[in-house]
Design a protein around this ligand. Structure first.
Ligand code: ADP
Ligand code: MG
Length: 339
């Protein structure tokens, strides 16, 4: 007697949800990435109860066509790639087509969306993976997604969430990095009806660093820049005086993505080594633009890790850029001493 059967779509989505959306922060990340991929220039994020009971993301991006709405909530449904080859050229933040289906499997979702060319918009309700309604409504162009009561149908997972304050803190950290990673997008982050973070979207990284980290840090930053056909780096590095006991200030972004890459981390820390005490970590906010064909973003479901094919080259460029910039600062006192 056969005992093996294929899992139904809803069960599969529940399992995927365990990887893709383990807490409110992950939901916010996926939804903002979708808004960015949709070409939004303004994104508002609102959370209540740390995002557990309420998350609302509003964007002014492309909107979704009526026929595409139910599809968007199906697993492995994406507008961003078609074939495996596309994986090597992908420059959108998403491409797995897993976020909306996973989120909808474990919460109550309301989507309001309108394409600019369409006369009216649509409201779609899907709860626990079950479609409830799709109706025509009047609304501005763009997309609003409301996610209510995360894990309402999986109490065991809900129990793993921390307090509302702690969850809100996680979302706040994420928002800081997302705002930094896209200085050309105007963001608003609202917690329990109060505006917590705001950015103008005028591409001024220094302004954002000032807004997030304050004056004491922003006055200790050195601008850096490197240009070559396949790799450019721009941004700011902190003087060794503003080092930290952890890596929270070591930020870098590749093609608009906040990621971790051990080669870049190593290059940064090695370059700082002569200038810094042990167990101290530097402040960086570096923007890499790397030819997508040199990257493999398909490493981790949450896409936090990114493999670089020409790692050695990126290591050397990063190391030299930082070391030269820090050494220039040190040069002045050394020269005057030797005379
Ligand atoms: P992925 O981002 O990996 O493609 P998602 O499940 O996050 O998968 O989204 C599925 C699809 O829904 C996207 O490919 C996109 O076409 C559409 N979509 C999702 N969010 C938005 C949005 N805010 N604006 C426009 N289209 C969206
Ligand atoms: Mg997505």
């Amino acid at each position: 007697m056969s005992i093996i059967h294929l899992l139904d779509e809803n069960t599969i989505n529940h399992i995927a949800a365990g990887e893709v959306v383990e807490r409110p922060k992950a939901v916010v990340k996926e939804l903002i990435e979708n808004a960015i991929d949709a070409g939004a220039s303004a994104i508002t994020v609102e959370i209540k109860e740390g995002g557990i009971s309420f998350i609302r993301i509003t964007d002014n991006g492309s909107g979704i066509a009526k026929e595409d709405i139910p599809l968007a909530f199906m697993r492995h449904a994406t507008s961003k790639i078609k074939t495996a080859e596309d994986l090597f050229l992908v420059n959108s933040l998403g491409f797995r087509g897993e976020a909306l289906s996973s989120i909808a499997a474990v919460s109550q979702v309301e989507l309001i969306t309108k394409q600019a060319a369409s006369l009216n918009g649509y409201r779609y309700i899907i709860e626990g993976g079950e479609e409830k309604s799709l109706e025509e409504i009047g609304c501005p162009s763009g997309t609003t997604i409301i996610v209510r009561n995360l894990f309402y149908n999986t109490p065991a997972r809900r129990k793993f969430l921390k307090s509302a304050t702690t969850e809100a803190g996680y979302v706040n950290d994420l928002m800081e990095r997302l705002i930094l990673s896209h200085p050309g997008i105007s963001f608003r982050f609202i917690v329990n009806n109060q505006v917590r973070l705001q950015s103008s979207g005028n591409n001024n990284v220094k302004d954002i660093l000032y807004h997030i980290y304050g004056r004491d840090i922003s006055k200790e930053l050195l601008p850096v820049e490197f240009n070559s056909p396949d790799i450019t780096i721009k941004g700011y590095i902190g003087k060794p005086t503003i080092s930290r006991g952890n890596r929270n200030f070591e930020n870098y972004f590749i093609n608009g993505r906040y990621i971790k890459n051990h080669i870049i981390t190593k290059a940064i820390e090695e370059a700082y080594k002569p200038f810094m005490m042990q167990h101290k970590y530097p402040f960086t906010s570096l923007y890499y633009e790397i030819n997508p064909s040199l990257l493999d973003v398909n490493v981790h479901p949450q896409k936090m890790e990114l493999k670089i094919n020409n790692g050695e080259q990126v290591y050397q460029i990063t190391y030299n850029l930082i070391k030269d910039s820090l050494s220039k600062k040190e040069l002045i006192p050394k020269i005057s001493l030797s005379k």
